[in-house]
Design a protein around this ligand. Structure first.
Ligand SMILES: Nc1nc2c(ncn2[C@@H]2O[C@H](COP(=O)(O)OP(=O)(O)OP(=O)(O)O)[C@@H](O)[C@H]2O)c(=O)[nH]1
Ligand SMILES: Nc1ncnc2c1ncn2[C@@H]1O[C@H](COP(=O)(O)OP(=O)(O)O)[C@@H](O)[C@H]1O
Length: 227
């Protein structure tokens, strides 16, 4: 059996984690797990953790570490037979340490995107709240303006995507992500990609993953006893 592959994608709000994760999931058959989608599922299902998480998200705050880990780690433990890519978790050192105690990551992708680019993208971001589908009026516009492609329902914008809120969100991201990035750097699994366009970054991520994922079955031969 090919060895399982576990990766995390990190980056500030609007850096393209969701967009790139979808491409990775399609090209390499990894399961795309998103902390935001998972929280929304729990909120929709009214689970105890979902109800608690909602009180933070509504105020534009991050969900506390213990709530995130209690929600996500059991889910990851169910995925022992799957290769996956996690988007949006861990985002603090406490979350990274909790994840570390559950599984060994093979790779961490960190997106490094200039502030001006993030500001432009997010002020143009439209979301279909029920599904979490994301559009950008320039980059990937909906087929009908203001409407979700699949359901035809109205799209909305998030207040915290506007420039005033974005500055605070980015500062917060930098503060909490720095020790996480340092941790993964010290483990030798961090790969950072810089740029202003997803389409230009994507080929580099694609070729990195091609080497890592294609080389996995060979690595399995390490377990075959030498004659
Ligand atoms: N103009 C432009 N927009 C892009 C590009 N890549 C992604 N986007 C758009 O930028 C916005 C942010 O991308 P996402 O993939 O949602 O970013 P994210 O990192 O998952 O963001 P969060 O969910 O806030 O953490 C979306 O509206 C995308 O459609 C790009 O290369 N150019
Ligand atoms: N790893 C996490 N730790 C704490 N809170 C989180 C985490 N992931 C997501 N959240 C919460 O869920 C919300 C929605 O997440 P997401 O869909 O990734 O969108 P965004 O980061 O653009 O707001 C975040 O604003 C935050 O409140």
């Amino acid at each position: 059996m090919a060895k399982l592959f576990r990766a995390v994608i990190m980056g500030p709000p609007g850096s393209g984690k969701g967009t790139i994760s979808e491409r990775i999931a399609q090209s390499f058959g990894l399961k795309h797990l998103s902390s935001g989608d998972f929280l929304r599922e729990n909120i929709a299902a009214n689970t105890e953790a979902g109800v608690l998480a909602k009180t933070y998200i509504e105020r534009g705050l991050m969900v506390p570490d213990h709530v995130m880990t209690r929600l996500l780690l059991p889910r990851l433990e169910e995925m022992t037979r799957h290769s996956w890519l996690m988007d949006g978790f861990p985002c603090t050192l406490a979350q990274a340490k909790a994840l570390n105690s559950t599984c060994d990551l093979d790779l961490v992708i960190s997106l490094n995107i200039p502030y001006e680019t993030l500001k432009d993208r997010l002020s143009d971001r439209w979301i279909h709240p029920a599904s979490g589908r994301v559009y950008n009026m320039g980059f990937n516009p909906p087929r009908v303006q203001g409407r979700d492609d699949l359901s035809g329902e109205p799209l909305i914008q998030h207040d915290n995507d506007q420039p005033e809120a974005l500055v605070a969100r980015l500062r917060h991201y930098k503060d909490v992500a720095k020790p996480v990035i340092d941790l993964y750097k010290s483990k030798g699994i961090l790969h950072t990609f810089s740029g202003t366009e997803t389409d230009r970054i994507w080929p580099y991520i694609n070729s990195l993953l091609s080497t890592k994922i294609l080389s996995r079955p060979e690595m399995d031969t390490q377990h075959i006893p030498m004659p």
